[in-house]
Design a protein around this ligand. Structure first.
Ligand SMILES: *Cc1c(COP(=O)(O)O)cnc(C)c1O
Length: 417
């Protein structure tokens, strides 16, 4: 059902006014939504020593990182550049987890030089860390527990054929390398993908780590990665965070008792913290009635929001400028020379050329996966904080597209004969 908001607002600010002031297409984020999600996570895990490490790749903007830090959230990075942005946002290197997958030893060296918390995801890397640093650099080890969960193979990472982590079946190999170099293992980590639906699947992963923990006596934390499923449309099955919090906390407390010490429980949510906060506002260019379908073409496409095309993700769409129009069925497409369909046969209030549409749940993996394909600009980004909108990334210009390109001078013009 389409919510017929008369005036679509974010923190009392009219969304159409934001569109007018900053232009389209535009990403708009609601800081309050992020803060609300952090609070929900904290209250659900009240009984344990919880550390939230925001997975920066979901929405990689230095002001968003600053907001996280202001809220007492640490960060998780998958590249040294993300970590550098985190440091610009004020994070201490030690607050930043570095979870590479298959990156070069040169980048690992940079990460260690910066002082990031290194998470090791392969046996060759473990060996290299041993040879290079011995026990001087405390590490975390990323385990693949081989738990298949969730529907989308493209985003699930914990199954047997996934490239991520060191297989739990190689437990004794891990131990052998750790012993050989007297490595200091501070943490154990799993991140099984983005589609966990219930606490039980989470707990099965947790049990794998609790069992493995008996191999290591100096642990400081257990990191459960992410995998929180968020709602994209009404009726979607979502992770019941309160239920998860209760069950995981309970299991964790009894594990700590067994282990003999209270450890930190880490999570690395990306999508959970920033998906809902984000809206991609676009303008309708053309409404085209074909014999079989009515197409709405907007001034955006897979260059700005690729999830619908890449993951078949569903994004709710609001007609911000005509919320009370009669409902009709539309197929909403982009302006890129590819088949970039946002939504097929979607009921929407009457869409007219010029209407402003909002793609909802666009905060995570929206801008951060955007490109300049077709030589088009990426959108600007605006954060609504404390009732006011602030630009946190300017719209690109033609000069941005040309930056770094060298214009070669050829000696002769090609002459057609
Ligand atoms: C991507 C990623 C996350 C965040 O996943 P979400 O589904 O966005 O919550 C967490 N940890 C690691 C290591 C990741 O690569």
């Amino acid at each position: 059902m389409q919510l017929k908001d008369r005036n679509y607002q974010i923190q009392g600010v009219d969304v159409l006014a934001i569109a007018d002031e900053f232009g389209l297409p535009l990403y708009v984020y609601d800081a309050n939504k992020i803060i609300e999600k952090i609070g929900l996570l904290r209250s659900s895990f009240a009984g344990v020593n919880l550390k939230i490490k925001y997975a920066a790749k979901a929405l990689t903007n230095v002001s968003i990182l600053k907001l996280m830090r202001q809220q007492g959230v640490d960060m998780d990075s998958v590249s040294v550049n993300e970590a550098r942005m985190g440091m610009l946002a004020g994070f201490e290197p030690s607050q930043i987890m570095f979870t590479p997958s298959g990156v070069s030893f040169d980048e690992i060296r940079e990460a260690v030089d910066l002082g990031l918390q290194l998470n090791v995801d392969s046996l060759p890397l473990l060996e290299w860390v041993g040879q290079t640093y011995g026990h001087s650099v405390p590490i975390s080890i990323r385990i693949n527990p081989h738990i298949a969960e969730g529907g989308n193979i493209k985003i699930s990472t914990g199954h047997a054929d996934s490239k991520f982590g060191i297989s739990i079946l190689q437990r004794s190999d891990i131990r052998a390398v750790v012993d050989k170099y007297q490595l200091s293992v501070a943490g154990l980590h799993i991140h099984t993908g983005s589609d966990f639906k219930n606490a039980d699947a989470f707990l099965r992963g947790a049990e794998v780590l609790f069992d493995l923990a008996s191999d290591y006596s100096d642990l400081k934390f257990i990191d459960f990665g992410s995998g929180f499923k968020v709602a994209y449309k009404e009726g979607d099955h979502v992770t019941d965070v309160a239920d998860l919090g209760r069950k995981v906390s309970e299991a964790f407390q009894s594990f700590c008792q067994q282990y003999g010490r209270e450890l930190e429980l880490w999570f690395e949510p990306g999508k959970f913290l920033v998906s809902e906060c984000g809206h991609l506002l676009v303008r309708t260019n053309i409404v085209k009635e074909n014999p079989s379908r009515t197409f709405v073409a907007v001034d955006s496409g897979l260059n700005h929001l690729i999830r619908p095309m890449m993951y078949d993700s569903y994004h709710d769409i609001k007609n911000v400028s005509n919320p009370l129009g009669d409902e009709k069925t539309y197929t909403v497409v982009g302006y890129i020379c590819e088949t970039d369909t946002f939504a097929t046969d979607r009921p929407l209030p009457d869409v007219r050329p010029g209407d402003v549409l909002s793609f909802e749940n666009a905060g995570a993996y929206g801008f951060s996966m955007a490109s300049t394909y077709n030589a088009r600009f990426r959108p600007a980004e605006v954060l609504v904080y404390d009732g006011s909108p602030y630009v946190i990334r300017q719209r690109e210009t033609f000069a941005d597209l040309m930056r770094g390109q060298e214009i070669l001078e050829f000696e002769e013009e090609f002459v057609k004969n």
